[in-house]
Design a protein around this ligand. Sequence first.
Ligand SMILES: [Zn+2]
Length: 66
Amino acid sequence: MHTFIRACPRCNRPYSYIEEGKVNGRTYLYAVHCYRDDLGREISSECCLGPKDHYEHVTRIHEKKD
Ligand SMILES: [Zn+2]
């Protein structure tokens, strides 16, 4: 096992946990962001990280926007 940084490779924000979901027989990973908005409401959003077997590749996608 390797340790990974708990930051979403899609949006670069920290995520709360990783969730798995099956699509067409393949397991996909989703980074789930849980946070509270200004009114204190709990909000969660997901970013699809791609198929689980390609996850290590996906983690290397870090787009630089500067
Ligand atoms: Zn994200």
